[in-house]
Design a protein around this ligand. Structure first.
Ligand code: GLU
Length: 473
């Protein structure tokens, strides 16, 4: 029987959950879920200066919004420092690590010398074999790994292939600082081991760390988990991802009105492919996702593609579900709280009736919200500049003439109001647009909206007539 997969997402809460982190989380989640395995979450909050509570909250919230869940309790790395210390001491006792008393000045000197001579090894190992009896008094040492001096360290990476480092180029790095706090390198290894992690899937900015972590695993006689280092996400022009190109927190995507389902689909295709399939249900993603199909070159972030995918998902989402999604994001979009405060079962019904016309046009929930505003707008309607320009004195008169026709309509619907308007234009020899546009302006305050007869039907006879009377000449 093969061992169950245990994957994990291990963000540092020094900033919000950005798009690259969200993709890493998704890949781990898909990998675990597709194999009946476990997905763990570990908050790497050992950097006490830079880790913040709001960042932790944003990470948990962002994952939840994306529909990425995890098994068991969230592990907070800082709470495990005693265990990290214990392992450092254990390595020390086994002769696999040593105390180093080099002063900050000595370290700076060594670094500068290394730079001058073009060596990657920054620490020269001066305390490696020195008698601790020579320790300068009153100096608190760090603990360094006694890394192998010769040979090589190799990582069999599931994405990058076999990657090899010459041990001569890697120095004896610090495991425990002089204040007794563990370094990231030690903490990650101890936690992954203790959490029984079998697969480490993360950004390839951690590839060099993988070599050092492998040395720690080896020193401890622990098995190295499978590794997969994913190329980072780049901007559309191939450069490092900038804010303008989408290097934003997941919360920004929610506020822009993207659906979590579309976001998942967009993210899974950033660096992973399954033939030429572009759209995946979550179940399909879980079934198809695998590590060998992750590309070795950086994926490029493309807003236009995300937007068009989102539009596709919106059109495919059932009307009632879309309203639920809209209500979910109201607190995060400009003006959304006003609607949230007004939402009644009746307004929800109206929204539901209007949804087929609205969702055809909207590529995001924000656009949907915006184009639906007329539904809950209060009379007299605020008109935008285009609508104002359309409502000429002549248009006011036309509206005035139409009102009695509508008043006489006792079977209010898109079809019957259309019949009224068509009869009216035929008799007066006008073009349909000449009447429809002022109607639209009077009913919605704008010059674009869902089809005008749908607007009349959704608003209902009383509200439609009241809005028209506001604009009648
Ligand atoms: N905490 C690290 C980061 O946020 C990730 C460590 C890991 O996945 O091993 O970049």
């Amino acid at each position: 029987m093969t061992e169950p997969v245990v994957a994990r997402f291990a963000p540092s809460p020094t900033g919000f959950l950005h798009i690259g982190g969200a993709r890493t989380a998704l890949f781990n989640w898909l990998y675990a879920r597709g194999r009946g395995g476990k997905m763990l979450l570990r908050i790497e909050d050992t950097d006490r200066e830079r880790s913040t509570e709001p960042a932790i909250a944003a990470i948990l919230d962002g994952l939840t919004w994306l529909g990425i869940d995890w098994d068991g309790d969230t592990v907070y790395q800082f709470s495990r420092s005693a265990r990290h210390r214990e392992i450092a001491e254990q390595l020390l006792a086994a002769g696999k690590a040593y105390r180093c008393y080099a002063s900050p000045e000595e370290l700076t000197e060594m670094r500068e010398a290394a730079r001058r001579e073009g060596r990657s090894k920054l620490y020269d190992g001066r305390w490696r074999d020195r008698d601790p009896g020579q320790a300068p008094p009153g100096v608190k040492p760090v603990i360094r790994l006694k890394a192998p001096a010769n040979g090589e360290t190799a990582v069999e990476d599931k994405v990058q292939g076999r990657v090899v480092w010459q041990n001569g180029n890697l120095d004896d790095f610090v495991l425990l600082r002089s204040d007794g706090t563990p370094t990231y390198m030690l903490a990650v290894v101890v936690d992954d081991h203790d959490m029984n992690v079998t697969h480490v899937i993360r950004g390839d900015d951690h590839l060099n760390n993988a070599a050092r972590q492998t040395q720690i695993y080896n020193a401890l006689g622990w098995r190295v988990p499978a590794m997969a280092h994913i190329p980072l996400i780049h901007g559309p022009d191939g450069s490092k991802l900038s804010k303008r190109h989408g290097a934003l927190g997941v919360d920004a995507y929610r506020a822009m009105g993207y659906l979590p389902s579309a976001m998942r689909n967009y993210l899974v295709r950033l660096g992973w492919a399954h033939g030429d399939q572009e759209t995946f249900t979550t179940e399909e993603m879980i079934a198809a996702f695998d590590l060998p199909a992750i590309g070795r070159s950086p994926a490029r972030f493309d807003f236009a593609k995300l937007e068009s995918l989102n539009g596709q998902y919106m059109r495919a989402t059932a009307d009632a579900d879309l309203i639920a999604e809209l209500e979910r994001v109201l607190p995060f979009i400009a003006g959304g709280n006003q609607l949230a405060a007004k939402m009644t079962p009746a307004l929800r019904e109206t929204l539901l009736a209007a949804m087929p016309g609205l969702k055809e046009r909207a590529k995001s929930l924000v656009e949907l919200f915006d184009s639906a505003r007329f539904l809950w707008a209060e009379r007299p309607l605020a008109l935008d500049d285009n609508a104002k320009a359309l409502l000429t004195p002549q248009a006011h008169l036309l509206i005035g003439e139409l009102i009695p026709k509508f008043e006489a309509n006792n079977s209010w619907s898109a079809a019957s109001t259309e019949a009224d308007v068509r009869a009216f234009v035929e008799r007066s020899g006008l073009k349909l647009g000449t009447v429809a546009q002022p109607l639209r302006a009077a009913l919605t305050g704008r010059t674009t909206s869902p089809p005008i007869f749908d607007v009349l039907a959704v608003l209902g006879k009383d509200e439609s007539l009241a809005r028209l009377r506001d604009q009648a000449g």
